[in-house]
Design a protein around this ligand. Sequence first.
Ligand SMILES: [Zn+2]
Length: 604
Amino acid sequence: MAFEIIEDRAEHERSQRGRYVTRDSKGFHNVDRPEEWDYEPDPDESFSSDYEHIQRDLISITPSMFTEFAIKMPDKENQVFKPFSFAERRYLRQIYDTPNKRTLLKCGRQVEKSTMLGNKLLSYACIQTALNSLYVSPTNQQTKVFSQDRLKEPIETSEYLKTWTTTKLSDNVFLKKFINRSQITLRYAYLNADRCRGIPADVICLDELQDLLTDNIPVIEECASHSNIKIFMYSGTPKSLDNTIEYYWTTYSTQNEWAVPCHRHSIQTPGGAMTKQHWNILSEEHIGKESLICDRCENPIYANDDMAQWVSLNPNIIKQIPKPYEGYRIPQLMVPWVSHIDILQKQKTYSRPKFFNEVLGLSFDSGTRPLTRQDVIDNCDEHIRLDPDYQNKVKAFVGEAYPVYAGVDWGTGEKTYTVLTLGTYLRSGKFTIFYIHRFEGVETEPKVQMREIERIINEYKVRRAGCDYGGGFWPNDELTRIFGWQRVVKYQYSTPSEKVKWEDGLKRFLVHRTEVMSDVFNAIKRRDVFAFPNWEQFQIPFASDMLNIFSEYSEQLRMNVYKKSPNCTDDSFHSILLCFLASMLDQPRPDVIASMSQTGNRKS
Ligand SMILES: [Zn+2]
């Protein structure tokens, strides 16, 4: 298999011990020190007199040791609270104590993910003086539940944690303060991350990562920009293969898997008595009738085997990027409190995506892409060519009889690009995209780009240009100044009551993003609405932009939303959509976008 087992685990753990963040009377070790905090005793707080005493007794402690010491777990059978134990959760210790500052947990449901995040946040807050942590989940409700169940309750049930805080300090749902001046701020960010802006943080904990919008993550990470510590803990349950969590997992993480040995395959190595186990990375093929089984011999294996351990399936990531995420996958198969019978039951009753996501902790591609490659290929016309000869012929006859419409999706030249599209109705009756161009390299320069767009609009006698409002104030104003507001029409994605709605006050159209994108996808699938340039020239990057779009159900909005895979572009699709919308001002297509018949006429 493609991973290495460190044979002497005990030796390895001894050698790792020096890497843990520890603390003694001389201060912290193995951690970038935070900025010096000027300690000012607060007369209101009784702890101040203890402070010197505490400093004398500083001890080395890891988050897992602190958790065992301070955190109590409810024992429902015996109706008592017992100290948190790693005995049955041996796999958790490394995740609690890793010195790596970036961790990514890809978890099934019910694997104590939230408990772990809560315990780590509490441990960090208590161990480290004046540490600011920021917890973010997608919704208000999720954040409140986390605050109540994973922070408030552990504090109230632990006589030790209670000494780190007071009711006065910790009563606020969105802010937990500790007497050592550490604090945990809690926020939520679904559609926008505005509530997180400007909160200084040393530790950023993003929960339910799969439901956060990719574009919001950098905004939240910005909160740690002034910290010397910068710890990032991301976690969630996987969804589709396009989801953010899968993207971070495959692109930036060590992809650690819990390797379970089967001892029946010992091999005598030539040099001596060394034997090797067969290692199993837990997946559906390991679900036997009565227990987990080895994928080679189909005999029982045990997830809590003494030799079971974390292995990295992507060890070379360290050579590729300087600060990879330490990624851990935790499926239900390895946690002791989910019974094998339950797993068999879920295998029968859950849908395939749900079983993969929630039980196996794996992403599942459930075919959520609105367009297939074949859909796009079937719209391509081999006669439509992007090279100069063909384009010169087109220029000669378009204009009066064949009014030309343009679509402009503005981009920055980094991860998004400006794409200019021209279309008209040809004799075939199809709306024909005969020109499409992506501005790259020197053309990403705003002034160069603007001159080029101006030239194209003039040469092809464009009647109207539909522009993306979101991408550019300056370029939209500039185009309007040159061509006038009748020819330059701005569209903004939103969720208006109608699919496309003119907002007189705003002087632009609001476009219902999901509905209109759906309509255009359906039109492409019909194969009789559009004609695109020949496949060879259209394929990259234009067709691939269309194919990068996928849909995912949003629990928050209670509908499917279209997203693009992180690190991919989808600008060409939006450019074509804008071009089509602009054409509908003169030639409505109620068969494609129904409500356009009522809203196609713009008031001044
Ligand atoms: Zn075996």
